[in-house]
Ligand binder design. Structure first.
Ligand SMILES: [Zn+2]
Length: 233
């Protein structure tokens, strides 16, 4: 009996051209897997697409002085052409700026919110007074508190590899105009993952076809979610 195989390939940010690492790391292995299952007569659906949203897009667009939409459109078309020439056998290569994607993302958020799986929490974040906007981690640079490297990014230091909290940077400055940002409070939504542990464990129970190391790592991560501080209502 034929199996149904969904190959869900990582969605690249449309903020620069694809390189050999993308191909070797994600698309070629997925393509081999999909072709193998098609040859075996299984029903294969191999899907991916360009990610049109997120800080990596807006940082690059700001750097070039164009809109995020223009940057995304440019690279999405190049992704399509590159993968067509390479012969990667997608059943669908779409993007996240479609009506379908908007509706599904909104529905998931609304449903989680209605059923009480989301909670709000106030955090501190850098704010640029000159630009009048909050600055995500990647918009802030400064001196690494671990190694003293002067051009560390808000989320990571490229010199020593330490993962950073932007608020810990010494002499922080905005990547947009170099001015020092101030700290302001901002409210965000969070998913209460700890409450979904039983459902996740049930889902994982029959995944014996996964690699053992992958399954064990996943089970361990899910068990750890239990220890999350219980949210404040
Ligand atoms: Zn460092």
């Amino acid at each position: 009996m034929a199996d149904y195989i969904h190959v869900s390939v990582a969605w690249p940010y449309a903020n620069g051209d694809l390189h050999a690492g993308h191909l070797a790391g994600a698309y070629l292995p997925a393509d081999i897997f999909a072709r193998y299952h098609r040859l075996r007569g299984n029903h294969v659906l191999m899907v991916s697409g360009s990610d049109a949203h997120g800080t990596p897009i807006s940082v690059e667009a700001d750097k070039r002085g164009i809109t995020a939409q223009a940057l995304f459109t440019h690279y999405h078309e190049r992704f399509l052409e590159t993968q067509r020439q390479l012969g990667v056998s997608y059943d669908l290569f779409t993007h996240t700026d479609t009506e379908n994607h908007h509706r599904i993302a909104r529905d998931i958020f609304t449903l989680l919110n209605e059923r009480g799986y989301l909670y709000r929490e106030t955090q501190q974040q850098f704010y640029s007074e000159s630009e009048g906007r909050f600055l995500p981690d990647r918009y802030v640079e400064g001196t690494c508190p671990v190694c003293g490297f002067e051009n560390a990014r808000g989320d990571q230091c490229d010199n020593c590899g330490s993962l950073l909290n932007a608020l810990d940077l010494i002499h922080p400055r905005s990547k947009l105009d170099g001015t020092p940002p101030v700290i302001r409070e901002t409210e965000h939504y969070f998913l209460e993952l700890g409450r979904l542990v039983p459902q996740l464990q049930t889902y994982l129970q029959d995944k014996q076809h996964w690699r053992e190391a992958v399954l064990n790592e996943t089970l361990k991560n899910v068990a750890d979610l239990r220890g999350d501080p219980s949210p404040r209502h």
